[in-house]
Design a protein around this ligand. Structure first.
Ligand SMILES: [Zn+2]
Length: 448
């Protein structure tokens, strides 16, 4: 028997460990994982030269419908970053509140995506039944805002949030929750504005840790009350993650997502860099950062994603004089894996754990395992090779995202992606994107 592709001389990484083996691929799917001498002949052979090969990475939280970014430029940046499946998250630019929005988003992305993609639904006020419709069309989750998301996202308050959690619980879906206390944020903003505050520290004072922790705990209580699965997204507060852990011990299906910015940036960076490090919730103290790293490695935090929100330089520069004028969000697709590999070299993350938090866990939570997120026979042949010793300085000039900047400009990292494969096709090699616009496929949720 001959196959289409054989990857040999690799160190395959899974959450369960690392093995020296190769991968055989036919018709885009993995057909065998075996010692090299037991692999079948392949029409194409790729020698991994002893490098680590991870399952294709998932990014569970991406906003590519955010000018100057588009699904085309954003998914291309994802390909360059070694990501193979991305989850488009609704934002204020494209809410995805009903089945019509969902279909339009799917068709737009099918024309433009360079990597495979899933679509999360959005929950805004006044769309009863639409989460069910989008779930039936293959949505992988539903985004909620507890605080205001601006005028384009009709705000849901607690009564409606609980009703929608019940709806999601009825079909076994998952709620993805931006948790910040709306009243605290509104009062703080009013006070800071009256005081004439425009400085960078005002962003931290506007959105204090207690507003994040209180809302996170309250939402976890609502998940318990409604038997709904849920994930508190972009978490940088250890208190929320510990509360979710306690809840899980009681059987509550509450999970935690964090992002690289909570593993590398603190409130001091916001005070120093202003709009370039402005996102919400903001990062916290150095000791919180250390604790989040530890909780991620030890299993108390289940997933990591970018929350790629690529506002352009001009929009961000508006905050140089008045921090409130800059939008919340930063790009992250191209720096995601390098920052995690750098963590492996710094010793606070292991490669098997990296495979869990950025591949297998999100695939399982979002219902696309074992098609994605794992290297095993029957799975899509998605993988990313890494040179764990390669040192690179991250620069704005090297970013291909349409926003063309990175919050990590000038930072030296150790560990780099060298090649990635989606469904048996090489999509990135040595920082060059080889896949085509529209080659990425929609991946519907496979199960609840
Ligand atoms: Zn987001």
């Amino acid at each position: 028997m001959s196959v289409d592709l054989v990857v040999m001389n690799a160190k395959l990484v899974s959450p369960r460990g690392i093995i020296e083996a190769g991968v055989a691929v036919k018709d885009g799917k993995i057909t065998a994982i075996a010692r090299d001498i037991h692999l079948p002949d392949g029409d194409r052979k790729i020698d991994a030269r002893g490098q680590y090969v991870l399952p294709g990475l998932l990014d569970g939280h991406v906003h590519t419908f955010l000018p100057p970014e588009s699904p085309s430029t954003g998914t291309r940046a994802a390909a360059k970053g070694g990501l193979t499946t991305m989850f488009e998250m609704p934002g204020t630019q494209f809410g995805c509140f009903n089945i019509g929005d969902f279909k339009l988003k799917k068709e737009t992305m099918e024309r433009s995506a360079y990597v495979d993609f899933c679509i999360h639904a959005g929950c805004a006020s006044g769309y009863p039944g639409e989460l069910t419709n989008m779930w039936n069309a293959g949505a992988t989750g539903a985004k909620f805002f507890v605080s205001s998301a601006g005028s384009k996202w009709p705000q849901t308050f607690d009564g409606e949030i609980i009703e929608r959690f019940k709806e999601i619980s009825s079909f076994g879906g998952i709620a993805l929750i931006h948790a910040e206390n709306d009243s605290i944020l509104r009062d703080n903003l009013k006070r800071l504005r009256l005081e004439g505050r425009k400085d960078y520290a005002a962003h931290i004072e506007w959105r204090p840790k207690i507003s994040e922790v209180e809302a996170g705990k309250r939402m976890i209580d609502y998940l318990e009350a409604t038997s709904c699965r849920g994930m508190i997204v972009h978490t940088g507060a250890p208190e929320t993650a510990w509360y979710a852990a306690e809840a899980r011990m009681k059987g509550v299906k509450a999970y935690i997502e964090t992002c690289p910015q909570y593993l590398y940036l603190t409130e001091d960076d916001v005070k120093r860099n202003g709009p370039w490090n402005k996102f919400a919730p903001p990062p916290r103290s150095k000791s919180d950062l250390v604790e989040i790293r530890q909780m991620l490695q030890d299993g108390w935090i289940q997933t990591i994603a970018t929350d790629h929100a690529p506002y352009g330089i001009e929009r961000k520069e508006a905050g140089l004089e008045d921090i409130f004028e800059a939008p919340n969000g930063m790009p992250g697709l191209e720096t995601f894996l390098p920052l995690l590999l750098n963590g492996v070299n710094e010793g606070w993350l292991t490669l098997p754990r990296l495979a869990a938090i950025s591949a297998e866990n999100p695939a399982k939570l979002y219902g696309i395992l074992p098609k994605k997120g794992i290297l095993q026979p029957g799975a899509d042949a998605d993988m990313v090779f890494v040179d764990i010793n390669k040192e690179v300085t991250l620069t704005n000039d090297d970013q291909i995202t349409a926003c063309s900047w990175t919050p990590y400009d000038g930072m030296k990292v150790k560990g780099w992606m060298t090649l990635s494969i989606i469904r048996g096709e090489v999509v990135m090699e040595d920082d060059q994107v080889l896949s085509r616009e529209g080659s990425g496929k929609f991946v519907p949720r496979l199960y609840a």
